[in-house]
Design a protein around this ligand. Structure first.
Ligand SMILES: *Cc1c(COP(=O)(O)O)cnc(C)c1O
Length: 347
């Protein structure tokens, strides 16, 4: 956390929680790692990480992937057979918007993007309205519902997840969870990773976001699905050799930072959100976890750029209205951020 011995060069970078840097403790893990060949599944550290995350999530098996995009794409691809078919997800979903059109290129999948009626997350009612269950030859029948938790930093309630996934089972539709930040949801609510994951066929869990590993994600599912996923990982060039060099660092980061470092980031985000509320500064989403979203919709054009420039002047890096808090953000940077927000709104 901010109080740790190591001051990250990105202690002032609010653009995303991907900007953590591996601390000496994390890097040290690489120097004593196992050196097996993971393409032969012979690397103990990599196998241990897969098994550890699988156990945390209550799944049979875990497959290490070099990125969250890779584990999402492999997870979804592994649930799909014989196109045409469709995947239903939130219109803001990472798998749909930010993965280089991977679903159309790698899975030949049509996507039905849904705008959640509550403005925060999809409900079962939203899904029922947009899903295509008909097998008529006109349609791309929906085979997978893909959820994201957290989405835009907002926690999707476990009750809603349970409803959606239970219903999906009754209609024979598989479920994937983009859990890039499921760690944050769990740290914020106290609902365990296992409790969230039990509802889904496949879950992708990022280690390079708030957890603070330099590289990696784990896809968890049952053994059969992971076996299928292994072939897709190979096709993508995602099988590694001495993977222990990076998986050892991911393991140390995970054990060190979940859940306490994430809780710290949530506290900081709440502190910033409270400052905004106190000063009548509107937020776009509730601050459930580590993101604070300023609402620029009623601000003049160019506000985002102005905010970035004010930040630069105050020694911090910003990326428009989305403020991401990671565990290496320093106290001084938080103060600089608060000053920058007040300056922007001339409070
Ligand atoms: C970061 C992220 C991913 C994975 O993206 P990478 O670029 O591979 O790290 C997937 N889903 C969500 C919601 C993310 O925020």
């Amino acid at each position: 956390m901010a109080s740790q011995d190591y001051k990250s060069p990105t202690h002032n970078d609010f653009r995303s929680d991907t900007f953590t840097t591996p601390s000496p403790t994390i890097i040290q893990a690489a120097s004593t790692c196992s050196l097996g060949d993971d393409d032969y599944y012979e690397d103990p550290d990599t196998n241990e990480l897969g098994a550890y995350v699988a156990e945390l999530s209550g799944k049979e098996s875990g497959l290490y992937c070099v990125s969250g995009v890779m584990s999402n794409q492999i997870g979804l691809r592994s649930l799909l057979y014989q196109p045409p078919y469709s995947i239903l997800c939130d219109s803001r979903a990472h798998v749909y918007r930010y993965e280089g059109a991977g679903l159309s290129m790698l899975s030949n999948a049509m996507v039905y993007p849904v705008i959640p009626s509550n403005g925060l997350y999809m409900t079962l009612e939203d899904i029922k309205k947009h899903i295509v269950l008909s097998e008529e030859y006109y349609f791309a029948t929906t085979r997978v519902i893909s959820l994201e938790n957290t989405i835009s930093g907002v926690v999707v309630p476990i009750e809603e997840i349970a409803r959606i996934c239970a219903w999906a089972k009754t209609v024979g539709v598989k479920t994937h969870l983009d859990g890039a930040r499921l760690w944050n949801a769990s740290a914020a609510t106290g609902v365990s990773i296992k409790e969230y994951c039990q509802h889904f066929d496949t879950v992708s869990l990022c280690l390079s976001k708030g957890i603070g590993a330099p590289i990696g994600s784990v896809l968890v599912a049952d053994k059969e699905t992971i076996k299928i996923g292994k072939r897709f990982r190979k096709q993508l060039g995602g099988n590694l050799r001495q993977a222990g060099v990076i998986t050892s660092m991911a393991m140390v980061a995970l054990k060190m930072n979940f859940p306490n470092a994430l809780k710290y980031t949530h506290e900081v985000a709440k502190e910033v959100a409270e400052l905004c509320t106190k000063n009548d500064i509107k937020l776009l989403y509730p601050t459930d976890t580590n993101f604070v979203w300023l609402d620029f919709s009623e601000q003049p054009e160019g506000t985002a750029q102005k905010f970035n420039e004010l930040g630069k002047k105050n020694g911090i890096r910003l990326s428009g209205n989305r403020i991401g808090i990671h565990y290496q953000i320093s106290k001084e940077s938080v103060e600089a951020l608060k000053r920058t927000i007040l300056e922007l709104y001339q409070k």
